[in-house]
Design a protein around this ligand. Structure first.
Ligand code: ATP
Ligand code: MG
Ligand code: MG
Length: 376
């Protein structure tokens, strides 16, 4: 069998490695954490993501390389591409690492984004706020996740402070019009090197404090909107020449318009439901796409609700259990719990938050939030 090299050994990487192992691949990860979630399912190279020697070793040991997060050091990405096969390519990273480049690429695919402006000074911000209106959202162009590096400007009196705070790190900035959306949706598209594209069904996502809390699939929108969302995601994947997964986050407005918020060239938190509810999981699909296997069917087998539980919430409840019995009782109730962390990090069980409904599977994704969206 071939060996897949994985940049990042976090929870998404672990699930990728589990799915890929089932397809007969071996995995080797590069991650700075000695006890990373991938530890039990992959060989490990323990080094900083930006360590060029470690990257060389990864390239040597792997037949094909992929990544589980988008903030890969561009020099490392270029080096890996030179030394090994990186089907996703560094171009996809280059585009999706930067909100302005990403928005231009989405527009080039003929898809709408919220009106936006590049911001290089406080004066430009003032001018753009005048043009785009209030509220509007100031974001760092790079490195943001979980709403970090963002400021919702609600009055002109916040402009100076918002600019001063977000520009402090020297980051480039972008201002977006605030879209008063009715729903947030995401579609995960997969595209293989041979150009085959499949999309998973649109998920309806509810965020709490800018962190994904619940995904509902199918999204509670019309069939037309579902189809449009899926079509738009595959159009972007095609236009970018993406290989692997491309998660497309979008806003749906009351008058039925879809605006793309952002992209992620990797498995997405809103796609964990695919593990129980689809013929092929997003992780298997990603491995299939980068290894140039035929893509699996991405159809929904059952309606599903996924609850994303963060490690900080887990810990509250978990100390009481250690024997694993809770897993069985959860499974009995039709609830599937995925711990994305290494077992040593996983300390508990959760039962709160779960809104049980006879007609839905509650696919509960537990998540120690140590490894998602790692900034390199
Ligand atoms: P992620 O963890 O998904 O990578 P992020 O830090 O990159 O998050 P965004 O996805 O850009 O941030 O924004 C986080 C959330 O903030 C969105 O899911 C949405 O709820 C809200 N938001 C962001 N931009 C806008 C906007 N232009 N209009 C309205 N709401 C917005
Ligand atoms: Mg993001
Ligand atoms: Mg987002």
């Amino acid at each position: 069998g071939s060996t897949v090299g994985l940049l990042g050994g976090g929870q998404l990487g672990r699930m990728m490695a589990l799915a890929g192992t089932n397809l007969g691949y071996r995995f080797v990860t590069l991650d700075p954490t000695p006890d990373s979630p991938c530890g039990q399912v992959a060989d490990q190279i323990v080094a900083a993501y930006s360590d060029k020697e470690a990257a060389r070793e990864l390239a040597q040991r792997a037949d094909v390389i992929t990544y589980e997060f988008e903030n890969v050091d561009s020099e490392v990405a270029a080096l890996l591409e030179e030394l090994s096969s990186v089907p996703q390519g560094s171009g996809l990273l280059y585009t999706t690492q930067h909100r302005l480049r990403e928005k231009r690429a989405i527009e080039a695919a003929g898809v709408q984004v919220a009106p936006y402006a590049e911001i290089r000074s406080e004066d430009e911000l003032r001018e753009a706020v005048g043009r785009l209106g209030l509220p509007s959202v100031l974001k760092t162009a790079t490195g943001g996740y979980d709403g970090k590096g963002q400021w919702v400007i609600r009055s002109e009196s916040e402009i100076a402070e918002a600019y001063e705070t977000l520009s402090r790190s020297g980051a480039e900035l972008v201002l977006e019009q605030f879209i008063s959306f009715e729903k947030e949706l995401s579609v995960i598209a997969a595209r293989s090197s041979r150009g085959e594209i499949k999309t998973f069904p649109a998920a309806e996502n509810i965020h709490v404090d800018n962190i994904l809390h619940i995904s509902i699939v199918p999204a509670r929108v019309s069939k037309e909107i579902q189809a449009q969302a899926e079509e738009l995601a595959s159009r972007i994947a095609e236009s970018l020449g993406a290989v692997g997964l491309l998660a497309v986050e979008m806003f749906l407005t009351g008058d039925g318009r879809l605006y793309v918020n952002e992209l992620a060239p990797r498995p997405h938190n809103s796609g964990h439901y695919t593990m129980e509810a689809c013929t092929t999981s997003q992780f298997e699909q990603h491995v299939r796409a980068v290894c140039n296997l035929p893509l699996g069917e991405a159809n929904l087998l059952t309606p599903v609700v996924m609850v994303n539980v963060l490690g900080e919430h887990l810990e509250v409840v978990i100390e009481r259990t250690a024997d694993g019995a809770w897993l069985e009782s959860a499974a009995e109730a039709g609830e599937r719990v995925h711990t994305n962390a290494a077992d040593s990090n996983f300390k508990g069980k959760r039962t709160e938050h779960t809104d049980k409904d006879k007609n839905t599977n509650t696919n509960t994704n537990t998540n120690t939030n140590t490894n998602t969206n790692i900034a390199a």
